[in-house]
Design a protein around this ligand. Structure first.
Ligand SMILES: NC(=O)c1ccc[n+]([C@@H]2O[C@H](COP(=O)([O-])OP(=O)(O)OC[C@H]3O[C@@H](n4cnc5c(N)ncnc54)[C@H](O)[C@@H]3O)[C@@H](O)[C@H]2O)c1
Ligand SMILES: O=c1ccn([C@@H]2O[C@H](COP(=O)(O)OP(=O)(O)O[C@H]3O[C@H](CO)[C@@H](O)[C@H](O)[C@H]3O)[C@@H](O)[C@H]2O)c(=O)[nH]1
Length: 332
């Protein structure tokens, strides 16, 4: 069995590539290295290709046939909420157009099994304690909208071409399964706090007036290695007979507040941290916690790592010298 991992040089994709290789599976990576790193794909064949280009469809289909690909995991996309609000056209063109090319190539090469990176961003600002997949998605930014449209495209591809697809809606991904595969973007809470501490700055909490026990926002932080295992479970599911669902939340079912994350970082580093309280960020829901019932029941997947493991692995990766990629993320 050969899996084509599109975006496999990225943070999450490279963890999945590593797991597949460890299982002795054949892996081909397609990536344009816009935010990905060649070094993360060691052991797999890497094909440099931008999947949004008009010629990508033919090249992908050729590659799928040449390598005997029977499943595709599609990670490649832009993923910055703020940027998507400023440049929605880029998100429509690249996230939706890229997926369109990938699905067309799959149809041409008769590859049926596809796993797609979706996001909890499809839900928008749900006013519930636990987010289940039955909740109607209502994305509130172009990034989330492109992910939801992507899920519709999967459904259409299933109907038109007898494909079998899964959309994994990741909650807040953090940590590192291997130090060298750590996130090099400084765009999310854990890497931002670590970065500020290294620069001698206090972390900033975006608002402490929320309706939560300590007043700061609650999120469901999932270890990237657990998330990678969810992709393996999704591939197995696609190869099985019964497939009652397409969309699955991937999280732990446990919420942690911003202050709790900062406390966990203080524990992992063995230091005291006194954060600053800044203004709330626009569009932040007070609480976003995943119900993991569906994925546990249907895919048999459950997270194994909690917040302390997540934060410790991120701290260890920084200590091993994995630093921000300033070219891919100039604002870092
Ligand atoms: N990291 C998170 O917290 C998070 C949360 C929810 C969903 N997701 C989704 O997971 C996926 C992977 O995210 P990540 O954190 O690993 O991001 P990442 O930026 O590290 O990885 C994306 C990879 O795709 C490649 N890529 C981007 N555009 C491409 C193109 N046009 N052609 C070929 N390759 C291209 C990049 O070079 C990179 O290697 C994305 O689809 C993202 O939207 C991520
Ligand atoms: O310096 C900081 C950075 C973040 N936060 C807060 O920390 C929490 C987490 O923020 P962040 O890491 O930016 O993640 P989210 O805004 O929750 O979004 C992430 O998680 C979503 C799924 O839950 C994905 O869809 C997004 O792509 C991904 O960036 C939020 O409450 C932020 O307000 C701070 O207080 N200070």
């Amino acid at each position: 069995m050969t899996t084509l991992v599109i975006g496999g040089a990225g943070y999450i994709g490279s963890h999945v590539v590593r797991l597949l290789l460890e299982q002795g599976q054949e892996v081909v990576v397609v990536d344009n290295l816009s935010t990905g790193l060649r070094s993360r794909t060691e052991g797999a064949e890497l094909i440099e290709l931008d999947v949004t280009l008009p010629e990508a469809r033919e090249r992908l289909a050729f590659q799928m046939q040449a390598s005997g690909v029977d499943s595709v995991i599609h990670f490649a996309s832009h993923k910055q909420v703020g940027e998507s609000v400023e440049k929605p056209e880029m998100y429509w063109h690249d996230n939706i157009g890229g997926l369109a090319n990938v699905l067309a190539a799959c149809s041409q090469a008769e590859v049926r099994d596809i796993v797609f990176s979706s996001s909890a961003a499809v839900y928008g600002m749900p006013d519930v304690d636990l987010v289940t997949e039955d909740l109607a998605p209502q994305p509130i930014n172009p990034y989330g909208a492109t992910k939801y449209v992507g899920e519709w495209m999967l459904a259409d591809a299933e109907r038109a071409h007898d494909m079998r697809t899964v959309a994994l809606r990741y909650f807040n991904v953090a940590g590192a399964g291997w130090p060298e595969l750590a996130d090099t973007a400084v765009m999310n809470l854990v890497p931002i706090v670590l970065d500020r501490l290294e620069r001698g700055l206090a972390p900033v909490v975006f608002g402490d007036g929320y309706d939560t026990p300590d007043g700061t926002c609650i999120r469901d932080y999932v270890h990237v290695l657990d998330l990678a295992h969810a992709h393996i479970a999704a591939l197995d599911y696609l190869r099985g007979e019964e497939r009652p669902h397409r969309a699955f939340n991937v999280g732990t079912g446990e919420g942690s507040s911003v202050l709790e994350v900062i406390d966990a970082i203080a524990r992992a580093k063995g230091i005291e941290i006194t954060p600053e309280i800044g203004p709330a960020r626009a569009g932040d829901p007070a609480r976003l916690i995943c119900s993991g019932d569906r994925i546990a029941r249907t895919l048999g997947w459950k997270s194994e790592h909690g917040l302390d493991d997540i934060v410790r692995s991120a701290v260890e990766a920084r200590a091993a010298g994995i630093t921000p990629d300033v070219e891919a993320y100039p604002e870092a």
